[in-house]
Design a protein around this ligand. Structure first.
Ligand code: CAA
Length: 386
């Protein structure tokens, strides 16, 4: 291939343009609300409105359902850039993707048309209900049940740690339809907030991502039409896992964005802050810290983008790459944000500066969509299969 034709390993121009467009919106209309959302724990409605106005609230939804039709790499860049400004707000596009991915992967055409269209329009958000009080890492041990009753299913049980619960209009709910079949006895359903029998717990009091509500969801004889099942009976667990293969990439992107926000802030600070008669950035000890932060961040970003490419193409090794990107990027984000606090010294430890928020927000990326210990189980199983 001729050198001028071979665009070796760099982002296409349109993806760079998307980054610039999201960054502009977020700098002007999302970042200004980040500290307040963290302080009050309230959902950042102004950020939602700004993302919606620019079509960044659920960019992955295909054009045929009224969406922007962003590919997985573009979606990752959107989430990264929103997270750079406000991690809690980045859960708007991230959880809209998580909630709708089971439909996109396995739903009927009618279900997709009914439920993807309002999300694309920004009239509804979509959450994902997998975890339960006694079924976290061991997701297949869930006990929420769905029992067939004529043309309906009746759901009973409790889901826990549900991101954007109460704010979202729609929920993908995984429930046991055959208790004798473990993971093969789980099915997926769409439940609406307006379905009688659904209710929500009090918001969890969390360390970070405070502007993104996390609540329990209760199902008390929730009766839904049989055609709200996503895919065939018994395929729910595989759909849940296939979904996470794609969306762990978005959590990796979120981690990259949080880390970039912390590095950018710390970089500016060390050039302003003077001690011993000169900017602290002139000290080699500080420079080495910055260099390590930048290096880890770029490695995390490259792995995340490679995983996003695999998500877009549906490559066979996506399971491995999704887990690796999420695990590596979230560990890197925790280190980078902790170092950013260190670079600001005592100021970094106060809420007058944003880096302590970023450090608290980074922590969740090592925990949700599968702990980093689960990611290592997933990676090891994939490696041993090859
Ligand atoms: N794609 C398709 N099918 C898959 C799959 C995948 N990636 N992973 C597993 N399956 C299938 C398997 O093939 C298997 O079927 P067979 O028996 O026919 O092979 C079946 O599912 C069961 O798989 P395992 O035997 O591997 O299941 P396991 O019980 O050992 O669990 C696990 C594996 C990886 C630990 C899994 O339970 C897991 O990922 N746990 C973590 C759960 C998680 O990530 N929760 C996050 C909740 S969402 C969240 O946090 C969102 C939020 O609000 C932001």
């Amino acid at each position: 291939m001729a050198a001028e034709q071979f665009d070796a390993y760099r982002l296409p121009e349109e993806h760079e343009a998307i980054r610039e467009a999201v960054r502009d919106v977020c700098t002007a209309k999302v970042a200004p609300h980040a500290a307040e959302a963290d302080e009050t724990g309230e959902f950042p409605k102004a950020s939602y409105d700004a993302l919606r106005a620019a079509d960044f609230h659920a960019p992955h939804i295909p054009v045929e359902y009224g969406g922007a039709g962003a590919d997985a790499l573009a979606t990752a860049i959107v989430i990264e850039e929103v997270a750079r400004a406000c991690a809690a707000s980045s859960l708007i596009p991230a959880v809209n993707k998580l909630g709708t991915m089971p439909l996109i992967l396995a739903g009927s055409e009618e279900l997709k048309r009914t439920y993807l269209t309002p999300v694309a329009a920004g009239d509804a958000m979509f959450s994902y209900c997998l975890s339960e009080p006694e079924a976290g890492s061991d997701a297949a041990s869930m006990t929420t049940k769905a029992v067939r009753d004529g043309d309906h299913w009746v759901l009973n049980g409790v889901k826990r740690w549900i991101t954007n619960a109460g704010v979202s209009e729609y929920y993908t709910v995984f429930a046991v339809t055959d208790p004798t079949a473990r993971s093969k006895g789980i099915s997926a359903f769409v439940v609406e907030k307006s379905d009688p029998g659904i209710s929500f717990g009090a918001p969890e009091k969390k360390l970070g991502i405070k502007g993104s509500p996390t609540r329990e969801v209760y199902f008390d004889n929730v009766r839904i039409p049989a055609d709200r099942m996503i895919g065939a009976e018994g395929t729910g667990f595989a759909t849940a896992m296939r979904t996470l293969d794609h969306t762990r990439v978005t959590i990796a992107a979120q981690a990259v964005g949080i880390a970039q926000g912390a590095l950018d802030y710390a970089k500016g600070y060390v050039q302003e802050r003077k001690q011993f008669g000169k900017p602290v950035a002139d000290f080699q000890g500080i420079q080495f810290m910055l260099a390590d932060m930048g290096m880890k961040l770029e490695a995390a970003r490259q792995l995340t983008y490679a995983a996003a490419g695999k998500s877009e193409r549906g490559d066979a090794d996506l399971t491995y790459f999704g887990a690796a990107a999420k695990c590596f990027a979230s560990d890197a984000a925790m280190e980078i944000t902790t170092d950013a606090v260190q670079l600001l010294g005592g100021y970094g430890y106060t809420r007058d500066y944003p880096v302590e928020r970023m450090m608290r927000d980074a922590k969740i990326t090592q925990i949700y969509e599968g702990t980093n210990q689960v990611q290592r189980i997933v990676m090891a199983r994939q490696l041993l299969k090859r």
